[in-house]
Design a protein around this ligand. Structure first.
Ligand SMILES: Cc1ncc(COP(=O)(O)O)c(C=O)c1O
Length: 442
């Protein structure tokens, strides 16, 4: 397990006595990043827009952040990384950038376990936008097994055909916890026979990695995904930065999502023609979230240090290349740690007969979250009661609205506990015990 004792002292929120069990929504910021923010606040200038030493240094740090982010997921280079405000915006950017490529009769395949971020944009494209241009694209939705929380791969295979331009799938569900078999999904998308504009014969695969990238080792080359998105506020960084990884040839061909300053080739704007900047800046219109980007990359470096040797800074605030074996070791440590936490949570919660627990029974098939309902009761009341005893959980549909309706839940909601690298077994036990006490008090 990760040496949480050595990590916890770096988190002001934990030192303040909070029991943070809502990490699938957002994680907390360590002191190292808060100190870095203070330092940057007195030395920054805008990037790509100044000759001052401040602007040059900030530009270097900003651009190097893209290298760190690319290395972390095994992407070939910074040209594969586009940063937006969050994972949701990153998915929307793919939707808008690909919009002109869709042909009448195409389809998109997504799943019933998606976060609304990876369903509603495709719904909007198919139902609201493309029909206005006389183009009909169907949005197909794959079922999952209500008992095991597993995606129904047979159903997926039956929905994917030679008209499937895109398969959009969550890497790990933020409601069920299920980690999806991305390689198998890739195989199915490969076999569709869809002819893409570049001549490639397969469906694109977009993976929503919001609950995967912070918790599990990811190598985009090995997984062969076309698009991967995630957010940094779920991995210790402040709010405001989400990432899109995409294959370079796709980004070269795709239309920009946002148009404006800095995304154009230097001086190449005339009434007749505008040329785009090189990647990744072609997709970075306007002043970006400069400090957020630097903090996000440093959050990765710090997370690696926490997972490998807490208290020692090998990667944080250095320009050391992140080595794939070390990334794997760090992320495997995080995954192991979280498995122990969720195993304990599952064990304690499953001893409460009044609860329905969603998702895979095997802790190693899930990320470190567990959602449940009282057979006769309201999840909001559980979360409110937990909050009164200092346990931070979340009740609601967690934006996995399709899945909650799929279970016919009324209200479409559940209570969720979710843990991260700084949580220890004590946090898990206190949270689950509070649930037990609440149920007994009913
Ligand atoms: C699986 C999943 N996808 C997408 C998102 C959306 O992330 P963001 O709010 O950062 O856009 C979340 C956030 O909870 C998530 O859990």
């Amino acid at each position: 397990m990760i040496k949480t004792r050595k990590i916890r002292k770096f988190f002001p929120a934990i030192k303040a006595g909070r029991i943070i069990s809502n990490n699938a929504a957002s994680t907390q910021i360590p002191i190292q990043l808060l100190d870095l923010l203070k330092k940057l606040a007195v030395q920054y200038d805008n990037v790509h827009r100044g000759q001052s030493k401040s602007s040059i240094i900030t530009t270097e740090e900003f651009e190097a952040s893209y290298d760190t982010i690319a290395q972390f997921i095994g992407a070939p280079s910074r040209r594969n990384i586009i940063l937006y405000r969050n994972a949701t915006e990153a998915i929307n950017s793919v939707m808008y950038s690909l919009m002109t490529e869709f042909k009448d009769g195409d389809n998109i395949v997504t799943t019933f376990m998606e976060h609304n971020s990876n369903y509603v944009p495709w719904y909007g494209l198919c139902k609201e936008i493309l029909p206005k241009f006389g183009i009909n694209v169907e949005c197909r939705i794959v079922k999952f097994d209500k008992d095991t929380g597993e995606l129904d791969l047979k159903h997926l295979k039956s929905l994917v055909d030679k008209k499937t331009k895109l398969v959009c799938c969550v890497g790990a569900s933020n409601f069920l916890g299920t980690k999806n078999p991305i390689k198998k999904i890739r195989e199915i998308a490969n076999s569709s026979g869809y002819i893409q504009p570049g001549g490639e014969k397969r469906s694109y695969l977009l993976v929503d990695g919001a609950q995967l990238v912070p918790n599990v080792f990811i190598d985009v080359k090995e997984l062969d995904v076309d698009f991967l998105v995630w957010s940094f506020h779920k991995m210790m960084a402040p709010f405001g930065v989400g990432a899109l990884y995409a294959r370079e040839e796709l980004l070269q061909r795709m239309k920009p999502f946002l148009y404006g300053g800095d995304m154009i080739a230097e001086g190449q704007v005339s009434p007749e023609k505008v040329d785009w900047n090189v990647l990744p800046w072609k997709f970075t219109a306007g002043t970006p979230n400069i400090l957020g980007t630097i903090l996000s990359a440093q959050a990765i470096r710090l997370m690696m240090d926490f997972a490998l040797n807490p208290g020692k800074h090998k990667y944080f605030m250095t320009d050391k290349k992140l080595e794939p074996e070390e990334i794997k070791k760090a992320m495997d440590n995080i995954e192991d740690h979280e498995r122990v936490l969720v195993e304990e949570a599952m064990k304690m919660l499953s001893q409460i007969p009044e609860l329905d627990i969603y998702g895979p029974k095997d802790p190693s098939s899930r990320t470190s979250l567990v959602a449940f309902n009282l057979k006769t009761g309201n999840p909001f009341e559980i979360s409110e009661k937990l909050s009164k005893v200092g346990i931070e959980s979340r009740a609601g549909c967690h934006c996995a609205t399709l899945a909650h309706h799929y279970y016919k839940l009324n209200p479409p909601a559940s209570c969720r506990l979710s843990f991260y690298i700084y949580n220890d077994l004590g946090d898990v036990k206190k949270s689950c015990l509070a649930v037990k006490k609440y149920v007994q008090s009913k």
